[in-house]
Design a protein around this ligand. Structure first.
Ligand code: MN
Length: 418
């Protein structure tokens, strides 16, 4: 599919992240407006609340966009999702007769503040990056036992906290936590000294379900994707994770990018999962290309300094698709809700510069990474800004994700000290 041209001329730049082919969904406010639903097109945001009020966009009897989140639209299901996308592409296409009516509803993106695009119902994080699982397993258990015996059969995950999910540009505070003492000494209560990031893609469940979903049904339930940074305190994690998995290590914050890139916009970038090392059980078997070819970058900027790109990878490195994760998630009867967020797990490539966490990039602190400024990093330091970027590269156009960015603030004084 080529670039679809729009009368919003900035959207026709082949390098722009938000052409007419994309149309990602977000929530924005300005000095004149409270938070409301909007659609990014080039350098502008289409005010969808106003478009509905004026009758330019009307999909159902009940209004869908008089609320500052996309959940009401998501709950309508795939037919209404398609109707909205078709209507927006018609209104914004070059030569659209509605241009004079739509133009006053555009807001320059640089004047807008972005908010959480949807209300997160529940949040689950998976572990579907094979290179990541091998790297972490090698560091913690040695190369012979790197992959746990279940890993090639089941998409491993844990139930996270919806309350900890924040939108890009929300500062993150270094947590205090219980850390393992040296040798057999008593554990300590101290600020995390090994605070890390995890480069992930977040899948958003659009429609609810009650009972097991096939992989194909699960794919049909997914509404869209965001970039996701699962901030992780490695020293807290190392002490607490056995036997029930991570808990407080992942409780500080999970950042997501502000624009939901729809599954429809990503259709041209579908690709197959890697060859299976062992056959999957029937209910988890691949039934079509359900991963995506999306270039992913991580940059790190120390306080007051410019970005260094510290990793480049691609979401096709994942071993399990979001559809397989969702099928597994529902397989024992767990009801899934509209607005559920599923983190993919850290995405790492095969080589040393394509790893999705500082833990792997600096190999547990043994091999610190070099920044352009000459500084080195093993873990995130106070004042560092970490940014995840994602781009699917089409034929003469890009499908960009909004950046997923967060700055680490220093730990407060001991929260329990009086
Ligand atoms: Mn994670």
């Amino acid at each position: 599919m080529p670039l679809l041209t729009s009368w919003v001329t900035s959207a026709n730049d082949p390098d722009h992240p938000f052409p007419l082919n994309n149309l990602p969904y977000g929530v924005f406010s300005t000095t004149s407006y409270e938070p409301r639903c909007g659609v990014a097109i080039g350098d502008m945001i289409l005010d969808l609340q106003a478009a509905e009020e004026t009758g330019l966009v009307r999909l159902t009897d009940e209004p869908l966009f008089q609320v500052p989140y996309w959940n009401d639209l998501m709950e309508q299901g795939p037919a209404v999702w398609t109707a909205l996308r078709n209507r927006l592409q018609t209104l914004l296409a070059l030569g659209a007769p509605e241009q004079p009516d739509v133009e006053p509803l555009l807001v320059p993106a640089h004047t807008a503040e972005l908010h959480m695009p949807f209300a997160v119902s529940e949040y689950t994080d998976f572990y579907a990056g094979k290179h990541h699982a091998i790297n972490v397993g090698t560091m913690f258990r040695g190369p012979e036992n790197a992959l746990p015996p279940n890993w090639l059969h089941v998409p491993i995950g844990y139930n996270g906290r919806a309350s900890s999910v924040v939108v890009s540009d929300t500062p993150v505070r270094r947590p205090w936590g219980q850390l393992k003492g040296p040798q057999d000494a008593h554990p300590r209560w101290a600020p995390s000294a090994r605070f890390d990031i995890e480069l992930e893609i977040g899948a958003i469940v659009g429609t609810s379900s009650d009972g097991p979903l096939s992989v194909q049904d699960a794919d049909d339930h997914i509404f869209g994707y965001v970039l996701l940074n699962d901030w992780s305190a490695r020293d807290i994690q190392a002490w607490e994770y056995q036997p029930l998995g991570p808990f407080q290590a992942k409780a500080t914050a999970t950042s997501i990018s502000p624009w939901i890139v729809t599954k429809a916009a990503l259709e041209p970038f579908r690709c197959s999962a890697p060859e299976r090392d062992v056959e999957l059980l029937d209910h988890l078997k691949d039934c079509g290309p359900m991963l995506y070819d999306i270039d992913l970058d991580i940059t790190l900027a120390p306080s007051g300094q410019s970005d260094t790109t510290i990793s480049r990878t691609n979401s096709k490195e994942l071993y399990y698709s979001a559809a397989q994760q969702l099928a597994h998630h529902s397989s024992c009867g767990c009801p899934m809700n509209s607005g559920d967020l599923l983190g993919s797990g850290t995405i790492s490539g095969e080589n040393a510069h394509s790893r999705g966490s500082l833990l792997e990039l600096a190999w547990g602190g043994k091999d610190p990474i070099q920044l352009d400024s000459g500084e080195t990093r093993s873990f995130v330091e106070d004042g560092d800004t970490l940014t995840l970027k994602g781009t699917a590269r089409g034929d003469g156009y890009n499908i960009g994700f909004g950046d997923c960015r967060g700055t680490l603030l220093p730990a407060l004084t001991d929260p329990f000290k009086r």
